[in-house]
Design a protein around this ligand. Structure first.
Ligand SMILES: [Fe+2]
Ligand SMILES: [Fe+2]
Length: 276
C-alpha cells in the first residue's frame, strides 16, 4: 500500500496569489505535484491532503482547489489546517462519502491494509492547533472499539516543538493524554502532519511523527528566534510518500515534484537498455 500526502497547498481564489506575490504561484505548484503523482508507477492507493489546503477558507478558494485536484485518480481525503474554515471545507467536500455532516472533521478510512484516522486540529481564527477532550475521546473510542489493525493518524499540526520560535508559538494544545494514548496502542504506526512547510521527524509516544514538506513555498527565518519570516524560499513544490512494507514498518520520504527545469532526462534508460 502506498499513501501519498500533500500538505500546505495554500490555494487562493482564481486571480489571487499567496502573500500577494505572483512568484509564489501556489496553484501552479500544486498542479506540478498532481501531475507528478499521477505519473508515479505504481500509483499511490490513496492521497491525504493534510491541511492549509487554502489560504483563506472561502467557497471560491475551495472550488479552485477541487479543480486542481480533479485529475488525481486515487481517493483523496482532506482535513483542515489553521488556514482552513471547517464549515466551508465541509460544504466544499459534502459530495464525498467520508466528510462528517456535523462536528469536527474527524473520520476513519478502513478500506486499505492500513487504517487511516483523520484528526481535526483546527481552532477557528487561530494559528495554533488543539485536540480538545471531545476530539481525544472520539479518537480513544475508535482505538478501543475497532479491531486492532495497523493504523496511521493524519493531522495538520504536529504535536512537538521544532526549535523555530515563530512556529513554536503556534503550539499544539493537547488536552488530556494524547501522547500516552499514542503510546498505549501498539497498532498505531505513527502520525503524519504538515504545517511547518518543511520535512522533519520526531518520536512522539514512541512512534514516528513525520512532518511532510509543503506544496507551497517555505518560510525563511534568518535565526531560530525570529518571530516572523524574512523571506520566502521558492523551493521545489514537494509532497510525501508513505510505503507500507508490512510487519509494522512504514517508510516515508519527501519528494520534490518534477517540473520541466529540474530533471535531466538524458540519463533515462529503459529496462531493455539495462538488460543489454
Ligand atoms: Fe501552511
Ligand atoms: Fe498551518
Amino acid at each position: 500500500m502506498i499513501i501519498a500526502q500533500i500538505t500546505d497547498t495554500h490555494i487562493l481564489p482564481k486571480g489571487k496569489e499567496w502573500l500577494d506575490q505572483p512568484e509564489t504561484d501556489t496553484a501552479g505548484r500544486l498542479r506540478h505535484v498532481v501531475e507528478h503523482i499521477n505519473r508515479l508507477m505504481p500509483r499511490p492507493d490513496v492521497l491525504l491532503l493534510t491541511g492549509d489546503t487554502v489560504e483563506i477558507g472561502c467557497k471560491d478558494a475551495y472550488q479552485h482547489l477541487k479543480e486542481i485536484l480533479k485529475p488525481l485518480s486515487m481517493p483523496v481525503y482532506v482535513i483542515p489546517g489553521n488556514h482552513d474554515d471547517r464549515e466551508e471545507m465541509r460544504a466544499a467536500f459534502s459530495d464525498t462519502s467520508y466528510i462528517p455532516q456535523e462536528g469536527f472533521l474527524q473520520y476513519v478510512i478502513d478500506d486499505f491494509p492500513v487504517r487511516l484516522i483523520a484528526l481535526d486540529t483546527n481552532v477557528p481564527n487561530e494559528d495554533y492547533g488543539r485536540l480538545c477532550k471531545e476530539r481525544l475521546h472520539w479518537l480513544e473510542e475508535k482505538l478501543v472499539n475497532l479491531p486492532p489493525k495497523p493504523t496511521l493518524l493524519f493531522m495538520h499540526h504536529y504535536p512537538m516543538k521544532v526549535g523555530q520560535k515563530c512556529f513554536d508559538k503556534m503550539v499544539f494544545h493537547m488536552e488530556g493524554e494524547f501522547e500516552k494514548l499514542i503510546e498505549s496502542f501498539p497498532h498505531i504506526l505513527g502520525i503524519v502532519a504538515g504545517h511547518y512547510h518543511k520535512m522533519c521527524t520526531s518520536l512522539f509516544g514512541g512512534k514516528i511523527c513525520f512532518v511532510a514538506p509543503s506544496a507551497a513555498p517555505t518560510h525563511y527565518f534568518a535565526k531560530d528566534e525570529d518571530n516572523y519570516f524574512s523571506a520566502i524560499d521558492l523551493v521545489y513544490p514537494s509532497f510525501a510518500l508513505h510505503r507500507w512494507m508490512g510487519k509494522a514498518r512504514m517508510v516515508s520520504e519527501g519528494v520534490q515534484a518534477v517540473t520541466s527545469n529540474n530533471r535531466l532526462d538524458r540519463f533515462k534508460k529503459t529496462s531493455t537498455d539495462l538488460a543489454s
